[in-house]
Design a protein around this ligand. Structure first.
Ligand code: ZN
Length: 68
C-alpha cells in the first residue's frame, strides 16, 4: 500500500464532504468534544455544527459493516 504518502501527514479530512484538508492554516476549524475538526469551507463547518453526530456517525457505519 502507499504508506509513505500517509505517514507524513495527519490525513486530515473534512468530516462533512470528505475532502482532504491540505492547508490547515487556511481551513475552517471547530472543536467538538475536545477534538479539532477542519473543514474546506465555512459552509461545511456550519453543517457540522448543526448535526455533528450525523457526520461523525458516517465513519462508524463503514467500520461495522454488518449488512447481509
Ligand atoms: Zn467540505
Amino acid at each position: 500500500m502507499l504508506n509513505e504518502e500517509k505517514s507524513g501527514s495527519a490525513g486530515i479530512q473534512d468530516p462533512v464532504c470528505g475532502m482532504e484538508i491540505k492547508d490547515i492554516f487556511k481551513a475552517e476549524k471547530t472543536d467538538y468534544k475536545g477534538k479539532i475538526y477542519y473543514f474546506c469551507s465555512n459552509d461545511c463547518k456550519n453543517k457540522f455544527q448543526q448535526s455533528s453526530e450525523k457526520y461523525l456517525k458516517k465513519d462508524d457505519e463503514h467500520m461495522g459493516h454488518h449488512h447481509h
